[in-house]
Design a protein around this ligand. Structure first.
Ligand code: HOZ
Length: 427
């Protein structure tokens, strides 16, 4: 029995499904996940010593590559000064100021420990601020695993074909209106039906949890004007896209200003950090200033903040995002080109260090189109690549991630392996 299989069998006895987050279990692609022992730059090594080129990047945080020496050093230095204080620190002000400087719609920000906490808190804040109950979310978007957001969600829920979770009483989601991504007319109709009841819209401004799906032209602008017209709060969930698709996240690229933004992943540099922030008048409603309660023992944790601060500083380097976008483009265009040479229908899209590949001739613009892609071809591709030493997300409904350490050699190696996999895919 291989070491990975041995570990997975052992894990399954102690941990439900053998994993601490469902998509990692490989259920939708089959097989046994490699157990990771260490990582450096664009590479992971598993418990058998096999090296993989990694396009998951810890699902987003590893934008500087794994175990970046400066980030690791900052973590070590912070850790030696104490792991957690439960009291304010100067570094928390520094990271708050850095976030505010980078994302102009954020006037004030509160740190939490995960993306789920950030979105859950932002929704509560929007409800408290507007004194309204209903929220709008979009099918296939994933905003973490709090109760009111686990309806027709993306990511693992979509991957396993069960997009609404058990254990959530219907009363908890009775105020959640779920609409189709990119369907502005449906949003308008919802506001006409409930003109004074909708607290907020929460949206991934570029969806990354039903694979990558771009907002249609005018969609985000339309959400903005409807929220303004009806007094609702627009929340951009940039947990995935923030500092990933561009220096100011998706809002910097599309020019639409949300009222609140949620962040996580990159701002923690690989450590557990989330944040929500936005207009000062809204943020003033959070405790201790206001009546909306939110708290956390490890919020603003000094070790996590140290990793985030170095990461944010490094990402401010001029030209970094242009180069990242360029490298990701080389990967995606190369994959599409090689697939075409082997008559495999494949399309791809990318922005900054985020990408989607789709086993279909055209880039999908909706969840329905993503779902219609050839899932069997994806599974064979996924396993072929993994066997060749390339680690993609084990789901056709997840986006991929490129770091600043994915240089030309790494991308060329990936394309060489993909060439062989595509050749076999048609046979
Ligand atoms: N929610 C993540 C995918 N969008 C997966 C997180 C993980 O398994 O680490």
């Amino acid at each position: 029995m291989s070491r990975n299989t041995e570990l997975f069998d052992r894990a399954c006895k102690a941990i439900p499904g053998g994993v601490n987050s469902p998509v990692r279990a490989f259920r939708s692609v089959g097989g046994t996940p490699p157990f990771i022992q260490r990582a450096q730059g664009p590479y992971l090594w598993d418990a058998e010593g096999t090296r993989y080129i990694d396009y998951v990047g810890s699902w987003g945080p590893a934008i500087l590559g794994h175990a970046d020496p400066e980030v690791v050093q900052a973590v070590q230095a912070a850790a030696s000064g104490g792991l957690s204080f439960g009291a304010p620190t100067e570094a928390e002000i520094e990271i708050a100021e850095a976030i505010i400087e980078r994302i102009p719609s954020i006037e004030q920000v509160r740190l939490v420990s995960s993306g789920t906490e950030a979105t859950m808190s932002a929704i509560r804040l929007a409800r408290g601020h507007t004194q309204r109950h209903k929220i709008i979310k979009f099918e296939g978007c994933y905003h973490g695993h709090s109760d009111s957001l686990l309806v027709k969600a993306g990511s693992g829920m979509l991957t396993f074909g069960n997009p609404s979770s058990a254990g959530v009483p219907p009363e908890f989601v009775q105020h959640t209106l779920v609409l189709d991504y990119n369907d502005l007319a449906a949003v308008e109709a919802a506001f006409q039906q409930y003109p004074d009841e909708i607290a907020c819209i929460i949206v991934e401004p570029m969806a990354g949890n039903m694979n990558l799906v771009r907002p249609a032209s005018g969609f985000l602008e339309g959400l903005r004007s409807l929220c303004t017209q009806y007094g609702a709060i627009l929340i951009f969930d940039e947990v995935m896209t923030g500092l990933r698709v561009g220096p100011q996240g998706m809002q910097g690229l599309c020019g639409v200003t949300p009222d609140l933004t949620t962040l996580a992943k990159i701002i923690g540099g690989g450590m557990p950090v989330g944040a929500f922030g936005g207009r000062t008048d809204i943020m003033a409603d959070i405790a201790p200033l206001g009546a909306v309660y939110q708290a956390g023992t490890l919020s603003g944790n000094p070790v996590a903040v140290a990793a985030g601060l170095v990461t944010l500083r490094r990402l401010a380097q001029p030209g970094l995002y242009e180069q990242l976008h360029h490298q990701t483009g080389k990967l995606i265009q190369g994959l599409v080109e090689r697939a075409r040479q082997h008559h495999v229908p494949l399309s791809g899209d990318w922005q900054g260090g985020l990408f989607g590949i789709y086993f279909s001739d055209a880039i999908p613009t909706s969840l329905a189109e993503v779902s219609a892609c050839d899932q069997e071809a994806f599974k064979r591709f996924f396993h072929g690549m993994l066997a060749g030493g390339v680690h993609f997300a084990p789901s056709a409904f997840e986006a991929g991630f490129v770091s600043t350490t994915h240089d030309d050699t790494v991308i060329q190696n990936t394309l060489d392996i993909a060439d062989q996999v595509f050749a076999r895919l048609k046979s």
